[in-house]
Design a protein around this ligand. Sequence first.
Ligand SMILES: C[S@@+](CC[C@H](N)C(=O)[O-])C[C@H]1O[C@@H](n2cnc3c(N)ncnc32)[C@H](O)[C@@H]1O
Length: 212
Amino acid sequence: MHSTTDWESWHTDYDDPSSLLSERLRLVQRYIADWLDVSAPRPVTVLSLCAGDGRDLLEVLEDRTDAGRVTATLIEADVRNAARATEHVVRLNLSSIEVRCTDAGTSNAYHRAVPADLVLLCGIFGNIADDDVQRTIAATPQLCNENAVVIWTRHRRDPDLTPHIREWFRGHGLEEEHFDAPDHAAYSVGVHRFVGEPKPLDADQRLLTFIK
Ligand SMILES: C[S@@+](CC[C@H](N)C(=O)[O-])C[C@H]1O[C@@H](n2cnc3c(N)ncnc32)[C@H](O)[C@@H]1O
């Protein structure tokens, strides 16, 4: 990892339910839960890039009786976060959830995990170069199944990249379903639906590198 941030302690803001990070998490989790409700009862697949400790998806599954229909791949480079995610999966006894402790920046990491019905791109776009954001969005048709949903987050601090992000998603066949950008906070959460044709995964692509 090229990152200079301690990505394990980054998660401590989640310990405070009144933090903006916790607020953002609840919003992401609401969209995940809504998507699960709408997709029920069919089996579904989820891919989470740079998943951290995986709590966005795993806490939602914790409360659901239909968690067994979810096959998921969580990709996380930090061994400590990946270990926490794995412990959580074991606690939930969900054998169809795989935690891959590897670099999500290369397309080879997604082998056999795509196409997915839900793609989580949370906590990524504020930590990589704008070109990498664009490149990752351009690759989403290789990650998405037909009619897949992508949930993403990005801060809106100056210069706000979210107008470009929303446009890039649209340009690659992903229609916007929600964009939440509360006045009292810098975070935003977007939900886009893939209405294009899924593309095969190109091997050996470099998509993103963390620079923070
Ligand atoms: C801002 S956190 C977001 C975690 C989680 N998605 C969330 O929203 O709670 C970014 C995560 O990306 C991980 N990460 C950084 N570079 C990565 C890479 N190249 N491949 C996979 N994970 C990476 C970090 O270890 C960290 O857990």
